[in-house]
Design a protein around this ligand. Structure first.
Ligand code: C5P
Length: 277
């Protein structure tokens, strides 16, 4: 049995350019992996895939991106290898932390290794993009500018300093399609992702997220939570992805109360030839 660590991500900026004819939105977003991990214990087995999860609310059928990844890998490599996978979930769902996409990417990496590495990392990224917009990013080394619908990966060297802070999430989640549906493109601030990227590489906290306004109009309590966190004096407070998790840069203790989940985090990157550990 080999244990693989499946990281969460935050979006340091997320700029929505336009709505495409296929319904997706054209993005320019800086993604960063963080040290909040699910684990996947994976072994080879015979006849069919088996997936077990520690959280009963997560489906173990073919709607789970892990099983989409194993099926796609067999199809692409013409393999007949099946896998036994035990998923231990720590990354909250409907949070904008990319947990499901990360699980799919980790599965592709792991089963490729278990099968003697028939695919290159570029092939795994292309296949990952068929599973979901964020999957290819999780096969990068942990910092990347993602364009297109999020699947075009432009690697960025690990940021310095690697920031620390907290992820804070209310008990409710937000559905990505409904957040995008509430987006009013004409009303977005004119953020400039190229300038933001340059400043972030220079160490500035030039973060922004165009999905905050639709998420906050869908959920006023989430807007109120962000305002409350700002009063605690963090260096930066911002929703990640399509929410509902909020990333706080700085080490102040977030509020401790029922219905509020909080986890200390740090940016993390993997080495070129190894997975996260
Ligand atoms: O690709 P994925 O399945 O993760 O996307 C989930 C949903 O999020 C899409 O069906 C779409 O409604 C929305 N989305 C979008 N533009 C993107 C990525 C996702 O509108 N770039």
């Amino acid at each position: 049995m080999t244990r693989y660590y499946s990281p969460a991500k935050v979006n340091l900026f997320l700029h929505v350019k336009e709505r495409r004819p296929d319904g997706y939105h054209e993005l320019s977003s800086l993604f960063q992996t963080i040290d909040l991990f699910d684990t996947l214990d994976i072994t080879c087995c015979e006849n069919h895939d088996r997936l077990a999860v520690n959280d009963p609310s997560i489906p173990c059928d073919t709607t789970n991106l892990i099983l989409k990844a194993t099926a796609l890998f067999r199809q692409k490599t013409k393999s007949s290898q099946y896998f036994n996978i035990i998923l231990n979930k720590n990354i909250p769902m409907e949070a904008g932390l990319g947990g499901g996409s990360s699980n799919a990417a980790t599965t592709l990496w792991a089963i490729n290794v278990l099968c003697g590495s028939p695919a290159t990392i570029e092939e795994l990224m292309t296949w990952g993009a068929e599973i979901g917009s964020d999957v290819a990013f999780f096969l990068s080394e942990g910092t990347a500018l993602c364009t297109g619908r999020g699947e075009k990966i432009h690697p960025v060297p690990a940021l310095t300093p690697q920031r620390s802070g907290w992820i804070v999430k209310p008990s409710f989640g937000l559905s990505t399609p409904s957040v995008y549906k509430h987006l009013k493109l004409a009303k977005l601030p004119q953020n400039e992702p190229e300038k933001a990227l340059k400043k972030i590489i220079e160490g500035e906290l030039c973060y922004f997220n165009d999905l905050e306004s639709p998420a906050f109009s869908l959920s006023p309590p989430l807007a109120a939570l962000k305002e409350e966190l700002i009063t605690l004096g963090y260096e930066k407070v911002m929703m990640t992805g399509s929410g509902s998790a909020i990333v706080c840069i700085g080490l102040q203790q977030p509020p401790e109360r029922e219905g509020l989940w909080a986890q200390k985090i740090c940016f993390v990157n993997r080495n070129a030839d190894t997975w996260y550990s």
